[in-house]
Design a protein around this ligand. Sequence first.
Ligand SMILES: [Fe+2]
Length: 286
Amino acid sequence: MPQKIIEPIIVDSFESIVLNIDSHVDKFSQDAIVVFRGVPLSREQQLIITSLFGDRAGWFPNSTSQFKNVWSYEENHSFTMELYNKYDKTKDEIFLPWHLEHIGHENPAIGATWNMEKFTSEEGTGNTLFANICDIYDIFSPDEQAFLSKCRVGAFYGFADDEIAEQKTPVIYDAVQVDKLSKRNALRLSPVFDVQRKMFHLHSFDGIEPTFMEHEMFWKLSTRFTESVYDNENIQQVHVWKQHDLVVVNLFLMVHAVLGGFKSSDRFFHGYWAHAHEGSKYENAQ
Ligand SMILES: [Fe+2]
């Protein structure tokens, strides 16, 4: 079992969350996730909270955003269940595999709020697992960290079935990036290697075409990244859902997965995506 259970912040009203927003964001900056429990929140209130975090965490939506489109969704996991025939996954088995959100997109989500509007499944089913990619970076030796800091990654999206095929050119970015909130180094890889093709590769090393040995080393370290996410209980965290929980998560840092044991009719959450630039994962706002 994963070792760290994420402790929710017990609240008695929407207003109390707003009143204490600065201390909540401080905790979020350190932990990369906070969970509010104890009060049902409307979607309007959820959006206000998402925006107040945006003001302080540097994402859109925020209170001064000129761009009025907000990217929201409802999730009961029925799509994944049907597409991959995953009706029989137990509460101890991974239902939705570990992933870093929107890898390969120009403007990936760097945060989200997830409001579990309905949860009538048995407690302890459908837990969400998290691991902070700063904690994973810290696993590597100084020499390996120095190697990774010279790597630029080429990444494709393709986690969702409707997105797999058409991307012709990868998004290029530094494998190691400093998280603005915690000031820690983050290793921006994904535990998902391929769907129908490899989702990321070493694009350049120290500014030039990588050698065969550098490709080999990158792949070895990427494999250890994935093995750490799946197997290292010291870095895994778990959220045990209750109805009306509101999760605020730093998706720049948190790889995540969902365990099984529930029916899609027994739960759904409403989510708002948060991005570094106005717009969606597909494009920046014009
Ligand atoms: Fe996700």
